[in-house]
Design a protein around this ligand. Structure first.
Ligand code: APR
Ligand code: PHB
Length: 388
């Protein structure tokens, strides 16, 4: 087979790029290691920056999102029993959209199918060849070996994918920070405890109250990396969550059986460059953020924005400048999202090795954020998404 752009990975990054390119008449093939159902079974965050929302509409995939999502004009920061609201609308004129990543991915799969897009599921042993020359990708599917010749390869295959590893270690610069705790997440068919998200910093650790819709809530508590979901009964989870929330919120919490319970480690990671010859990296293949600032999917979106426009400019106008600028432009925004996610994680979590002085710094940071309009504007600008 031959295509113009070979996309490795059928998660949100790969699907969004595939859909955008197809609508511009740029031929592409998506190679996904798993099945569609497996990909849709992953529970991920659900906060979309308006830049992502615009890209989904540009891809012709915005209808259900526009019909079913919620607009949030702010978020609540709680510390002990004190709570304050950061009003995105007032500080930036913008907002975020609440719409589960699973729904984003489902809409993208449906759109690819409707357009007759080529997605190879259960693509095994994907390998990239001659990335700096005339690239091609090999893979196995249904017991057959295949070769896909292409102009460009785009690695949208996430942190554990093959693309980043296909760039020689001597070329790659990697930056990483692992956090000494995880997030235990629970999904429950219960009404959200508050109309906005609540990020809570308590003596017992971080907690987050989020949602998917009016009867589907998503909650998290910071937990030890030694924990496993089986260590936490539903009752134990709800009890701990209540102890980390202001009394007035804990009193309103509607609990119920967990329909999903999982623990995710927290990591900051960036690889540079995000291009090597005719291989480009997008999304989690190139960078990871702790989920605190909800920047994972939204930073993948800005990568896709830059690369899609660079590829369209190349194929439709013969101008390769967008592709030449891709890595530097994408990384400039990635690093700002990394900083905000790192800062917000340090602001709201309890670290095992925290000294009394560290705690005082955290309390001063929170007090300044509560009291200072400029600090809230900086928070809001980062949370709603810096411009592309
Ligand atoms: N070959 C083919 N497909 C692969 C390979 C491989 N070697 N390795 C991984 N994949 C697939 C995975 O099965 C997955 O469906 O690539 C996809 C990568 O998707 P994500 O990990 O979701 O990454 P991305 O699309 O960049 O999305 C970034 O979504 O998953 C969240 O936390 C993530 O919020 C972030 C956003
Ligand atoms: C979620 O709803 O899963 C969610 C929301 C905000 C975050 C992280 C996760 O910062």
């Amino acid at each position: 087979m031959r295509t113009q752009v070979a996309i490795i990975g059928g998660g949100p990054s790969g699907l969004l790029l595939s859909q955008l390119l197809h609508r511009k008449g740029i031929d592409n093939v998506v190679l996904e290691r798993k099945t569609r159902d497996y990909v849709l079974g992953r529970i991920r965050a659900g906060i979309l920056e308006t830049g992502f929302v615009d890209l989904m509409r540009q891809a012709g995939v915005g209808a259900r999102m526009d019909a079913e999502s919620f607009t949030h004009d702010g978020t609540v920061i709680a510390c002990g029993n004190a709570m304050f609201d950061i009003n995105f609308k007032q500080r930036t004129g913008s907002h975020v959209v609440v719409y589960g990543q699973t729904e984003v991915t489902r809409d993208l799969y449906d759109a690819r199918e409707a357009m007759g897009g080529t997605i190879v599921f259960n693509a095994e042993n994907v390998a990239i060849h001659d990335a700096t020359g005339a690239p091609h990708v090999t893979y196995e599917s249904e017991g057959q070996s295949h070769r896909l010749d292409c102009d460009y390869v785009v690695g949208c295959d996430g942190f554990h994918g093959v693309s980043r590893q296909s760039i020689p270690r001597s070329v790659r610069r990697e930056y990483e920070k692992a956090y000494p705790f995880g997030w235990l997440g629970v999904l429950s068919q219960t009404p959200p405890v508050h109309e906005e998200l609540i990020y809570s910093c308590s003596d017992r650790g971080f907690a987050l109250c989020s949602m998917r819709n009016a009867n589907l809530s998503r909650y998290y508590v910071q937990c030890s990396l030694d924990d496993s979901p089986d260590d936490w009964s539903d009752a134990a989870f709800w009890e701990e969550l209540k102890r980390r929330l202001p009394d007035e919120i804990a009193a309103k919490l509607v609990t119920g059986p967990s329909i999903e319970k999982s623990i995710a480690p927290l990591r900051s990671f960036v690889t540079e460059p995000m291009r090597w010859g005719n291989l480009f990296l997008c999304g989690d293949a190139a960078h990871i953020v702790p989920p605190t600032g909800a920047k994972g999917l939204n930073t993948a979106a800005s990568d896709i924005h830059y690369l899609y426009n660079g590829l369209a400019r190349f194929y439709l106008e013969g101008d390769a400048q967008g592709l030449e600028e891709y890595s530097a432009k994408a990384l400039a925004r990635v690093w700002k999202a990394e900083r905000f996610s790192w800062w917000m994680t340090n602001l709201l979590h309890r670290f095992p090795d925290q000294t009394e002085f560290d705690l005082k710094m955290q309390q001063a940071d929170l007090a300044f954020l509560r009291e200072n309009e400029a600090a809230q504007t900086v928070f809001a600008q980062n949370y709603v998404g810096l411009p592309y």
